[in-house]
Design a binder for this molecule. Structure first.
Ligand code: PHE
Length: 455
């Protein structure tokens, strides 16, 4: 029989919080959250999102961390082990498989978009935004997307950056990286916030983010907010489970998870408060710009502002760092699985998995140009299909299975022992949410997502 290598443990108490926050904070917070809030009218959407983070995101994240820490293995083996201990079918390890595979698929296209932030960092720093108007900015963005070689180059760079960290292992690679990256990320974010307060129209940005307009409450917006709450917390992708499996036994699962959810939310809100005041201060720009908010509107805004070269570069550096700490967490679960299961070197596992994600990513690169109109499945190109399938199908399905597994199947004493709850009432409330509210909500996102696609 092959020997299983000792599973690593983070070397510092706070590393789980930094690493999980690094995973959670990414393009979802800085790129997507502001633009979907913008398209859905601001305040009401933000409020729904906050409620979903608290009632659905936090309990599911606690479930995921608990599985990882109790299993002390990669997501697939961790779930198998716990299913065995609870006398349940080993088939539940589908949860682990779905997470590891979803993480791999997301890595393949996330690194393509993440690569754009490197291009924009360079453009900002070289002063290319100065005096830019909306039309030119739009044309420049389209020209980038139309150039497969450029996209490929940036995607490759991003995968290489990710491999570099993951190859050094849990404590020397991941831990070192997040301990350096996360403080830097927060400093950049605060610098940009101060800039928005002083140079932007902060009052308008604030009103937009927190002004409550009941007209914004709709079913479509609710399912979008719920799906986003899940994606932004990196749930059901193996990442949080893998990071939880490195968490020291003494740390409190509830407190750690709460801290991560709070930090992730804070970053999304601050990102909105840094972006919208700048957009509102620039004539001709609208907050409901959609995906182009970051790559078209913001360059125009920075280009027309005092010290925009410096702050524009700082902004895109922030985006790149945030995306980097997320891609690391997308690669880690698969590498942990292959290295532990086949007892091979992490380097080899890393090159194998990242290499495959890189090759698959070429399909997403081409989806913005040569293969834009190709129909892979359901009339979608590679990028759109992977985005739809991971976020609209695998994520809610994996989350649903996980809530059901932890809520109904895993032995209660095992959970109690692992979570060591501060109060029995909180523990029962957690289980109640996992048994009823979370599965119901996840089923709704799953059906709403499919309905959206097929209606
Ligand atoms: N949470 C990340 C974001 O908001 C994306 C992500 C999903 C990262 C799943 C890892 C795992 O951008």
């Amino acid at each position: 029989m092959k020997t299983i290598k000792q599973h690593a443990i983070w070397g510092h108490r706070g590393t789980f919080i930094l690493a999980a926050t690094g995973s959670a904070v990414g393009l979802g917070n800085i790129w997507k959250f502001p633009y979907i809030a913008g398209e859905n009218g601001g305040g009401a959407f933000v409020l729904m999102y906050l409620v979903f983070i608290l009632l659905i995101g936090v309990p599911v994240m606690m479930a995921e961390v608990t599985l990882g820490r109790h299993g002390r293995a990669n997501p697939i083996d961790a779930v198998s082990k716990i299913a065995r201990q609870s006398g349940a079918s080993p088939m539940w390890n589908l949860i682990g498989w779905s997470g590891v595979i979803a993480g791999f698929l997301i890595l393949s296209f996330y690194s393509v978009v993440a690569g754009w932030s490197l291009e924009y960092f360079g453009a900002a720093a070289r002063g290319h935004f100065v005096g830019l108007d909306g039309e030119t900015a739009g044309a420049a963005f389209n020209a980038l997307l139309a150039n497969p070689w450029r996209l490929f180059g940036w995607q490759s760079a991003f995968i290489a950056m990710t491999v570099l960290v993951v190859a050094f292992g849990v404590t020397r690679g991941l831990e070192t990286a997040v301990r350096l990256l996360m403080p830097l990320l927060f400093v950049l974010l605060l610098v940009l916030l101060v800039y928005a307060v002083t140079a932007g129209d902060f009052a308008a940005g604030w009103r937009f983010m927190f002004g409550f307009d009941p007209a914004g409450l709709s079913w479509g917006a609710a399912s979008l907010a719920l799906g986003h709450a899940f994606f932004t917390l990196s749930l059901a992708m193996g990442a949080i489970m893998a990071y939880g499996s490195y968490m020291p036994g003494k740390a409190s699962v509830g407190k750690m998870v709460f801290a991560v959810a709070a930090l992730d939310t804070l970053v999304a809100l601050i990102a909105g408060l840094a972006i919208f005041p700048i957009v509102f201060a620039t004539p001709g720009l609208s907050p409901a710009e959609g995906p182009g908010l970051m790559f078209i509107s913001l360059p125009v805004a920075f280009g027309s502002m005092q010290a925009g070269v410096f702050f524009g570069a700082a902004f895109f550096a922030l985006v790149a760092l945030a995306a980097w700490s997320s891609t690391i967490s997308l690669l880690e679960p698969g590498v942990a699985y292959v290295a532990e299961r086949f007892n091979i070197q992490r380097w080899t596992a890393n090159v194998l998995i990242a290499g495959s994600a890189w090759l698959l990513g070429i399909g997403s690169v081409l989806s913005f140009n040569v293969w834009q109109d190709m129909s892979l499945l359901l009339g979608m190109n590679v990028f759109n299909f992977l985005d739809f399938f991971t976020q609209r199908v695998m994520l809610p399905l994996g989350g649903l299975l996980m809530a059901l597994f932890v809520g109904w199947v895993v032995r209660r004493e095992l959970l109690h022992h692992e979570v060591r709850p501060a109060s029995e009432t909180l523990f029962s409330a957690w289980l109640w949410l996992l048994k009823y509210l979370c599965p119901a909500a996840l089923l709704v996102i799953l059906l709403a997502g499919l309905w959206d696609q097929f209606s």
